[in-house]
Design a protein around this ligand. Structure first.
Ligand code: FAD
Length: 379
């Protein structure tokens, strides 16, 4: 067994961390005041090569591993979960499916520009009536002579306000249930595609989350990504990596909250000594350290398995479930260590607390992760 990162991965952590501290940290307060993501940030990450970490060099990627992807996302989330949220959609959600099952022409049209940051993508899987149950989509894609006619409404589409490409699931054969759903890439400007309201959120401010309406939207056959009717099956091939990535992101946010709590426990004096000298606070910080260590091990073990092409459905769900619940406990306790100051808007604790909440919801809720783990146990 080897629990060490390679020299290359350590170096990459320093590069990622420096980027997050220098280029992202200064904009965090401003992002809190808005509900739209600054597109230049994704373009900058494209220029620096971050958007292509796990993809082949021939498409402009870095040919890196999943462990490095997790390192980058962890460091980014430590500074801004909103920026990391916008980025993970671009890296995993948009480039991922094209790299996995796009044709060579689609890779040139969608993968290459998305890795460069020239084309931003949004994912439209969720619908008003289809959340965890992705197979219950109502959006339809009727076959026509040269393509498809798409009708439907998508919910919670991250980055849709700045997107050039919309990856949507739609029913191509109503009689086949989950085996009758396909994925289409709809370009901005296509007649019938409207980006609807930007929904205000509890946390992840700075990130736009939109409704997307497709009404009589005609697309060419080229827009079909992967085989017809195999959309959900194909997407399932990328969910492990998505869950591992979210686990690493949760670790990043937890570390930010924990570091602040340790610093505060050393500095804040009550009853004549730093509060970190009280066992009540020490135990809280010790429990936090244990949980972060566990989540880190789980996330990177699953990433390591993914890198080796090992099946890691259970490990990815365990990591995602544990890390996303862990970050909520850490954010809660870190705020508690700060007392009244933690509750004030001028400290970042309230942001950690609000941003942590979504980790148990997106990329498969905690209940869905438990269901997957249960199924993997043969139940
Ligand atoms: C900030 C944010 C960004 C998002 N970005 C995107 C995006 O870019 N693209 C996209 O397509 N979607 C996106 N989503 C949607 C996200 O994937 C869904 O919210 C998630 O899949 C849950 O679906 P739902 O909200 O409809 O909840 P529901 O599925 O309706 O679930 C409601 C409750 O029921 C529980 N539940 C459901 N089924 C079961 C079951 N079988 N057993 C036990 N409990 C169950 C859930 O765990 C939950 O507690 C985003 C969501 C958020 C909050």
């Amino acid at each position: 067994m080897d629990f060490e990162f390679t020299e290359e991965q350590e170096l990459f952590r320093r590069t990622s961390s420096r980027f997050a501290d220098k280029e992202i940290a200064p904009m965090v307060d401003e992002l809190e005041q808005r509900e739209e993501f600054p597109v230049e940030v994704l373009k900058r990450m494209g220029e620096l090569g971050f958007l292509g970490i796990p993809y082949p060099e021939k498409y402009g990627g870095s040919g890196g591993d999943v462990v490095s992807l997790c390192i980058f996302l962890e460091e980014l989330t430590r500074v801004s979960p909103a920026v990391a949220g916008a980025t993970v959609v671009q890296i995993n959600g948009v480039a991922g499916p094209v790299a996995l099952f796009g044709t060579e022409d689609q890779k040139q049209a969608y993968l290459v520009p998305s890795i460069r940051g020239d084309k931003i993508g949004a994912i439209g899987m969720t619908e008003p009536g289809a959340g965890s149950d992705v197979a219950s989509v109502r959006t339809s894609a009727e076959k026509e002579d040269s393509g498809y006619l798409i009708n439907g409404t998508k919910m919670f589409c991250t980055n849709a306000g700045i997107a050039d490409l919309f990856f949507v699931t739609a029913v191509t054969d109503r009689n086949k249930g989950i085996k009758g759903i396909s994925i289409f890439v709809v370009e901005r400007g296509t007649r019938g595609l409207t980006v609807g309201r930007n929904m205000g959120k509890l946390g992840l401010h700075g990130l736009g989350t939109y409704e997307v309406i497709l009404e009589g939207c005609r697309v060419e056959r080229f827009s079909l990504l992967g085989e017809e009717d195999r959309g959900v099956y194909n997407l399932m091939r990328s969910v492990e990596r998505n869950r591992i990535s979210v686990a690493a992101m949760a670790v990043g946010l937890a570390k930010a909250a924990f570091d602040d709590a340790v610093r505060y426990a050393r500095e804040r004096v009550q009853f004549g000594k730093p509060i970190g000298k009280f066992q009540g606070i020490q135990f809280m910080l010790a429990d936090m350290a244990v949980e972060i260590e566990l989540a880190t091990l789980m996330a990177y073990k699953a990433a390591w398995m993914d890198d080796r092409g090992m099946r890691c459905n259970k490990e990815a769900s365990i990591a995602k479930l544990y890390a996303s619940e862990m970050v909520n406990r850490i954010a809660y306790k870190a705020l508690q260590v700060h007392g009244g100051y933690g509750y004030m808007m001028e400290y970042p604790l309230q942001r950690y607390f609000r941003d942590a909440r979504v980790f148990e919801i997106f990329e498969g809720t905690s209940e869905i992760q438990r269901t997957i783990i249960g199924r993997e146990l043969g139940l």
